[in-house]
Design a protein. Structure first.
Length: 345
């Protein structure tokens, strides 16, 4: 049997969603096996990697002065090449449980509109991390495949994928993006907006983990049937002492108004640039929302209200991109045209 056929038969090929906030890994015939934060903890002076993923996430805001927890991906692109390589290596080793007999093929998701330089950086990081072959797929296309949309048919499929660093909006037909837009506003921007609102209105400093917890517990984009309330603890900017305040979901809507408005504006722009025939298809079907950011309460209702179109939240929004990357890998001969770029070692 030829060597390349043996390699394909026995290697555990991987689909990787290399997100700004979280990384997910899909392994062929097993499904999604890893969901970890995209965080690497390093020692400042030596750049020694101390922890990756869940372990590093626990260190955010709680490390000594010589240890720093870093997100190597920022706004959907590589901000630190060496640490991204460490992150991908960690994901590949975790998927293989440390024993790599045959190097895998990987399909990695990237935001729409990523530059050629950024694409090559992802491929190079994947190859240097241990992949035999590396391919790239645009996040909204992967999300559409993962959500089970008929992307290869000559009909319009509209997908909104809201990740940690970017929001990708795309209309897909015949396996490609007809019109699309990626804005560097996602879950992280929502967290920052909450922290900024609390600092401005209550003179209270809170960390990014506290802001994210508030977003999950109280955040909303559309009025709720029953408004929520909760408490947050932080450091008073005036006294420098710990302080606890009470917040409501109504206040969270006010805090999130600007970044959510930018997302709505991006969706409008894509609809305006889409051929009328495909807009008609979308009107007859629905817009599909994927990504962790789409779980914000009432966001689907707000988009539906603003655009006058039906909106559907995918079954497992956070896993859609990696499921799409994995399905593409399993059917590479059939789905190869949805890939943006590839590299063989």
């Amino acid at each position: 049997m030829p060597n390349h056929i043996l390699m394909r038969r026995f290697s555990k090929d991987l689909g990787i969603d290399l997100g700004t906030a979280n990384c997910l890994v899909y392994i062929r015939n097993k499904g999604v096996i890893i969901r970890e934060p995209s965080v690497v903890a390093v020692r400042k002076n030596t750049n020694q990697v101390l922890a990756v993923g869940d372990e590093a996430w626990q260190m955010i805001g709680r490390t000594p002065g010589d240890i720093v927890a870093i997100r190597p991906m920022r706004e959907g692109v590589i901000a630190n090449f060496e640490l991204t390589k460490e992150l991908i290596q960690h994901l590949i080793r975790s998927a293989y449980r440390g024993r790599i007999f045959i190097k895998p093929r990987v399909v990695v998701s990237i935001p729409t509109g990523t530059t050629g330089v950024e694409r090559r950086a992802v491929i190079d990081a994947s190859i240097k991390a241990g992949a035999r072959e590396a391919y790239l797929i645009e996040e909204p296309v992967a999300a559409a495949i993962g959500a089970g949309l008929p992307v290869h048919e000559a009909i319009g499929n509209m997908v909104i994928n809201i990740g940690g660093g970017t929001s990708d909006v795309a209309v897909i037909s015949l396996g490609g993006v007809v019109s699309g837009l990626s804005i560097r506003v996602g879950g992280d921007a929502l967290d920052e907006a909450i922290a900024r609102f609390i600092r401005r209105n209550y003179n209270l400093m809170i960390g990014e983990r506290s802001a994210e917890e508030l977003k999950i517990s109280l955040g909303s984009a559309f009025p709720l049937p029953e408004e929520l309330s909760g408490q947050v603890r932080g450091r008073d900017q005036i006294t420098g002492l710990p302080k606890t305040i009470k917040l409501t979901s109504k206040e969270m809507r006010e805090a999130l108004k600007e970044p959510v408005g930018m997302m709505i504006n991006a969706i409008r722009q894509v609809v305006e640039r889409t051929p009328p025939e495909l807009v008609s298809d979308i009107m007859n079907k629905e817009i599909t929302m994927t990504g962790g950011g789409s779980l914000l309460r009432g966001l689907d209702q707000l988009i539906s209200s603003e655009l006058g179109m039906k909106v559907n939240l995918a079954d497992d929004p956070m896993a859609c991109v990696v499921l799409g990357a994995g399905k593409t890998l399993e059917n590479l001969d059939v789905l190869k045209r949805v890939l943006v770029e590839g590299n063989k070692r």
